[in-house]
Design a binder for this molecule. Sequence first.
Ligand SMILES: NC(=O)c1ccc[n+]([C@@H]2O[C@H](COP(=O)([O-])OP(=O)(O)OC[C@H]3O[C@@H](n4cnc5c(N)ncnc54)[C@H](OP(=O)(O)O)[C@@H]3O)[C@@H](O)[C@H]2O)c1
Length: 347
Amino acid sequence: MKDITNFTPLRWGILGCGSIANRLGADIVRLGDHKLQAIASRDPSRAADYAAKFDVPTRHTGTNAYTALVADPDVDLVYVATPHNFHKDQVLMALAAGKPVLCEKPFAVNTAEAEIIVATARKAGLFLMEGVWSRCFPVWRRVLECIAGGDIGHARMLYSDFGFRAADLGPDHRLTGYDAEARLFNPSLAGGALMDVGVYPISIAQMVFGNPVDVKAVGVRGNSGVDENVAVVLAFAEGQVATATTSLQVTTPSTTTILGTSGRMEVESPWWRPKIFRIYRDGKEAERIEFEHVGEGFQFEAMEVASCLREGRTESCVMPLDDTIAVMRTLDAVRAQLGLKFPMEGC
Ligand SMILES: NC(=O)c1ccc[n+]([C@@H]2O[C@H](COP(=O)([O-])OP(=O)(O)OC[C@H]3O[C@@H](n4cnc5c(N)ncnc54)[C@H](OP(=O)(O)O)[C@@H]3O)[C@@H](O)[C@H]2O)c1
């Protein structure tokens, strides 16, 4: 295996040239010790546009684009930026080529897939991380320190939301007028609110409280079969409770509140790429804590990946693989209660 603990810069290979690849690319190009080295897309013109926009030296295109990318000797890290149903095979392909991998959320379609991927990476001794970028922001690192330091007493409850209006609401109270093939609505692409954005409040609740001992979910599935409006309640071992709401029908406030026995913390909207949080200690003035950043903030995830690689770590302690699997278990439990199975799961 190539030693990349000493790289400068870290050379990224982007697998899939869609929306998130562009958003992440815009933040990575500002980092001096990172380089967008190669882009892989089935579509040559999409790859050409991306390469021109971000000064990317290598384009892999056509039907063999992804295999060429993972085999590219100039790529240090593969970033899997495709819809959820492709993650497992593409991550396994990159690992088989000996490459460390950052894979977009949700990590896989279900726990069984996630366990296969994680076991493969661990056996190969290769770095692997789920791209839950929210966890990497300085705000969330400081919030965890404040909780551990007892700033709000014992943290006991959390509520968090992430939803957006993705189409119009029809007379049957289900979404209408959308492209049923599109990623968000297509069961074959493991779409739906939960998998697309509901994973965030669940992941953040589990980051704060650990793995849930009970999961309860209610929600509505739409005409394409995927979930459109969901509320999840999580219970934890020491009696803590969290609620996570997600939607494709409405745009939610995108705030997270953590309540403790002597105060609360509020992470300002959008909590999933935050700049500000406030600590309300009982009987005291609120304290406002701000971490300014440029761009959207994908640089924090990139920096976490780079520091793991530099230190020779195969897992991130910000987004550990055991947490990734635990979150997948919760997603499975929620989907089971909604009666939502994806076609690749044999429904
Ligand atoms: N971190 C975040 O804030 C964030 C935000 C949005 C999305 N995401 C995650 O990022 C991943 C990609 O989302 P996205 O919105 O970027 O997706 P997207 O734009 O719809 O698709 C990304 C790429 O995946 C490939 N692809 C898309 N549909 C395909 C299909 N039907 N068959 C084969 N390949 C297909 C295409 O690659 P080619 O270029 O090769 O054709 C496409 O360019 C998902 O896991 C999503 O949950 C994360």
